[in-house]
Design a protein around this ligand. Structure first.
Ligand SMILES: Nc1ncnc2c1ncn2[C@@H]1O[C@H](COP(=O)(O)OP(=O)(O)OP(=O)(O)O)[C@@H](O)[C@H]1O
Ligand SMILES: [Mg+2]
Length: 362
């Protein structure tokens, strides 16, 4: 049985004497009792949320306890209603149970426990139902939010593809187009050497840009040489592209990681470094790869930038942005841990750890 704490019962009884006696007896159990004299008084202002149960006499001056029960059932299928009945009303009481009353008691009660036991049981059951409904509602809201985020992730991926397509068209396409024009001019111009040189430098630039794009799209180093080298190359590439000092270090443990974990860690570092570049105003970032004794492979990205107030993780699902949430989401899916510490004015430290497939092999 749950706590009796904070239970409020609405007692409906038109007989002064038995009303007073019942109110006092129920209150002796640390229960708050509101006493009303008629079903009409309850119906005029039906406020079930204010109570945990109704205890009502069947025979009242006007509308009966059974009428009151019907009204309550229109509002709530499960709200506890216990009816009190004199011997002569026993048929009506049995009918009332069929209509959804939780129980009925014969008046006068032998002792208050006869009422308290079924009353507390009904209240306990009702509170459990309300609690479960609340949990289910929260669960549904969370799932809706997750589905929404899932579609946002697809959109974000599509936007990234579009950015790459534009980049391909605007930079590499233009450069190669200009090179073809230069080569066209070679056959028609006296100054062919200059056009060949121009075409050479345009094709060279296109090659450079292709390399950078390929790296942004998917690092070949990751698949051929492993995570450690890929992250090192990413640090060098991002450091020079965005003109920020990125220091890479590792404890040189050569460990075998599942491919999905490698991809997660690589993308996480890229997102965390992108965040440093976009948001931190930092002069320096460090990236460290280490093997932890608890068989965890851990990458830490730290910056000396302006820092920010980190919201609790349960709230990330409600944020507009996707970067941190998607690291946490993918990390959870792989049994890893994403930690983020930051304070305004004191920089940011983020780390992603994943379990290892096998131990270190130095
Ligand atoms: N290293 C950092 N320094 C300062 N602020 C940061 C840093 N990393 C994250 N933030 C703050 O946390 C917010 C959430 O980051 P998150 O990566 O989720 O989103 P975003 O970078 O704004 O957008 P998205 O990653 O979806 O393109 C950022 O908008 C920024 O305010
Ligand atoms: Mg981001």
């Amino acid at each position: 049985m749950r706590e009796k704490y904070g239970i409020r019962v609405l007692l409906v009884e038109d007989d002064q004497e038995s009303g007073q006696a019942l109110k006092a007896a129920i209150e002796l159990n640390d229960i708050d009792v509101t006493w009303m004299l008629s079903a009409e008084e309850v119906m005029d202002n039906m406020e079930l949320a204010k109570y945990d149960a109704i205890v009502s006499d069947i025979r009242l001056g006007g509308a009966s306890g059974v009428d009151l029960l019907s009204m309550v059932r229109k509002e709530s299928r499960d709200f506890p209603v216990i009816l009190l009945t004199a011997y002569s009303d026993i048929e009506a009481a049995i009918e009332a149970v069929k209509l959804g009353a939780n129980d009925y008691m014969m008046k006068p009660l032998d002792d208050i426990e006869t009422l308290m036991i079924p009353l507390l049981r009904a209240i306990d059951h009702y509170r459990t139902l309300l609690h479960n409904h609340e949990l289910q509602k929260k669960n549904r809201e969370y799932m809706d939010k997750l589905m929404h985020l899932g579609s946002q992730l697809v959109l974000a991926e599509e936007q990234e593809r579009r950015k790459l397509a534009l980049d391909l068209h605007d930079s590499i396409g233009q450069l190669l187009g200009a090179a073809i024009m230069q080569l066209d001019l070679v056959s028609r111009s006296e100054d062919w050497k200059k056009h060949v040189e121009n075409a050479h430098s345009q094709v060279g630039e296109a090659v450079e840009r292709t390399r950078a794009l390929a790296l942004e799209l998917s690092s070949p180093v990751l698949y051929h040489c492993g995570l450690m080298q890929a992250v090192q190359e990413l640090c060098g590439h991002m450091g020079s592209s965005y003109d920020i000092d990125i220091i890479f270090s590792s404890d040189n443990s050569k460990v075998e990681l599942p491919e999905d974990s490698s991809i997660l860690l690589y993308r996480s570092v890229r997102e965390l470094l992108m965040n440093v570049i976009k948001h931190a105003d930092a002069s320096q970032a460090t990236v460290n790869i280490s093997f932890e004794p608890e068989q965890q492979y851990k990458i830490t990205v730290e910056d000396d930038g302006k820092g920010f107030e980190v919201r609790p993780k349960e709230e990330w699902v409600h944020m507009q942005s996707l970067g941190l949430f998607s690291i946490m989401d993918r990390c959870n899916a792989l049994g890893g841990v994403f930690q983020l510490e930051s304070k305004v004015g004191e920089g940011t430290v983020a780390s992603v750890s994943v379990p290892l497939l096998s131990g270190p092999n130095n």
